[in-house]
Design a protein around this ligand. Structure first.
Ligand SMILES: *Cc1c(COP(=O)(O)O)cnc(C)c1O
Length: 363
């Protein structure tokens, strides 16, 4: 079976080497040596400072918002995985949505500005499918209105923008290191802070708000620590990351060559690099999308309708407003399988299947 998000399993011998270190140190969690090693090496690899590992990508967003002391509301996108909105609400904030740009599928700073209300204190845009947002536009808006920007960069690990990690943009950017993501620790996440003092405060927050030096409790914290076992998985996988990125990028480009005349694609930022985290396609109509998905499934190929439904249409996050672009795209997008086990023959076979399904639906 070929499926979206098949997890990568690191070399077992290498993993066992790290597990031996855990048995040796008997240090299982609480900012242990493997967590610190992974923080250091991942930050170096990505070219970012102030990287903090946490228990998962949802908590990464919550930690970032809490570090900045955000209250009131945040503006975010209805076209994302539900965790983005869940994290905002879990921090006791209201979510306001703005509609997406129909070409990039990312938030548009002009629409975000219109969506801001008097209680808006933060922007939470998502680099959807690893496609960098209009980061300059959000930067300008945030400065002008005195807002904090937290990017949900769960899809954007390894993506550069103008030659530097896109994670450098915003007051913070968050990663998910969940098993289905292109680089992972089983469960895990990270926050990259722009400023060292925010990084320091967040390190306290993820450990119940405790001050390590004197045990005082200046902040209401949470438990968002990564364990040594999770860090071991990441360390065992880290050496493979450049090859994984290269391979995914090639598979993504192969899909686009095969399907160019048949489907459309999000408008990828010309200033961003690609990481092949996802292989999204846009079909002509919802019925073509459903047909393609069904035909693929009959061939044991599992594609996913990321991101559907549009969050403003769900019971939990219903917004009252209407976000036509997000709703329309939610019915037309499909993310195709992309993982390290695939080669160009798989891409050819899956693409043929898609073309057949489109032809059947057109008849
Ligand atoms: C995966 C994902 C998350 C959540 O990450 P977890 O590590 O599963 O908590 C958040 N936002 C987006 C856009 C994601 O794709």
């Amino acid at each position: 079976m070929t499926t979206v998000g098949r997890p990568y399993l690191p070399n077992r011998k290498k993993l066992e080497g790290y597990l031996d270190q855990v048995y040796e140190s008997q240090w299982l969690t609480n900012n242990g040596p493997l967590v610190r090693e992974l923080e250091e090496r991942l930050g170096d690899y990505l070219g970012v400072d102030n990287l903090l590992l946490v228990a998962n990508g949802t908590l990464a967003l919550e930690v970032a918002l809490r570090t900045f002391g955000i209250s009131g509301e945040a503006v975010s996108t209805p076209f994302t995985f539900v965790a983005t909105s869940a994290a905002i609400r879990n921090e006791g904030l209201g979510v306001r949505y703005a509609d997406i740009d129909p070409e990039t599928l990312n938030l548009d700073p002009a629409k975000v500005e219109s969506a801001c209300g008097p209680d808006t204190q933060a922007l939470v845009p998502v680099h959807v499918y690893g496609n960098p947002c209009d980061v300059e536009g959000f930067d300008e808006l945030a400065r002008r209105k005195g807002l904090k920007t937290v990017y949900d960069a769960a899809h954007a690990l390894g993506v550069n923008y103008d030659g530097h990690s896109v994670l450098r943009w915003g007051d913070a950017a968050t990663l998910s290191l969940h098993a289905t993501k292109l680089f992972h620790t089983g469960e895990g996440g990270a926050v990259v802070f722009r400023r060292a003092e925010d990084h320091e405060r967040a390190r306290r927050l993820i450990n119940f708000g405790l001050e390590a030096v004197d045990g005082s409790i200046p902040d209401v914290g949470m438990n968002a620590k990564m364990s040594e076992f999770h860090a071991a998985v990441g360390l065992a996988m880290l050496d493979d990351l450049p090859a994984i990125l290269e391979h995914r990028k090639a598979v993504g480009e192969a899909y686009e060559r095969e399907l160019d005349d048949w489907v459309s694609f999000p408008a990828w930022s010309k200033r961003g690099t690609r990481n092949g985290a996802y292989a999204p396609i846009l079909l002509e109509t919802p019925s073509v999308r459903d047909k393609v998905k069904a035909v693929l499934q009959s061939e044991d190929v599992i594609a996913r309708s990321y991101f559907s439904p549009s969050l403003d249409e769900t019971a939990a996050y219903r917004a009252g407003n209407f976000f036509p672009e997000s709703q329309a795209k939610a019915l037309r997008t499909l993310c195709l399988p992309i993982n390290t086990g695939m080669d160009f023959n798989d891409v050819k076979k899956i693409s043929l299947c898609i073309k057949r399904a489109i032809n059947q639906e057109r008849e």
